[in-house]
Design a protein around this ligand. Sequence first.
Ligand code: FE
Length: 212
Amino acid sequence: MTHAEHDHHHHGDEGQEPPSDLALRVKALESLLVEKGLVDAAALDAIIETYEHKVGPRDGAKVVALAWTDAAYRQRLLADATAAIAELGFGGRQGEHMIAVENTPSVHNLVVCTLCSCYPWPVLGLPPVWYKSAPYRSRAVIDPRGVLAEFGLAVGEDVEIRVWDSTAEVRYLVLPERPEGIEHLDAEALAALVTRDSMIGVAKVPLPSAPV
Ligand code: FE
């Protein structure tokens, strides 16, 4: 049990709550697998490093921006997100079965994993700490409107909120609404505006802060 002893907090959880029961179980399993020679600790670290620093929400933002600017791509994304995302070269681990859900003036989509922290790594990287927290996981289902209000997003009573529970099988990407008034921007400029939170469904895509 060498790995667990000097590495109580998992990567990215600095300054937060103590590790959850699940995190401790994962650590214990990892230590055991390493001890038995079944996995290489360095290989595990390399995987985490990749998804923390190399893959991130910028990849998802490219998918969203292309869907905003290319109607045929948007159709393909909504019909088969895994294949459409793979067209841009993104895919693999934790993104094998992707579903894209589209926000409209009458429907707002919100993604959660009530069981643990399932998340679409190939398009969003690793989940934020709050996504893994027990309050978010439970309350997103019971009181999505209240949770969104706490994120600063007021969703009108006339808008239906759909909550999608991620699993080991299926991961969701929210296709947020394109803000009004930026139709002249190209896909690259649009992608720069798309935030991680808008693709989880806890925020809208903000308008550019400066005139463009
Ligand atoms: Fe999960």
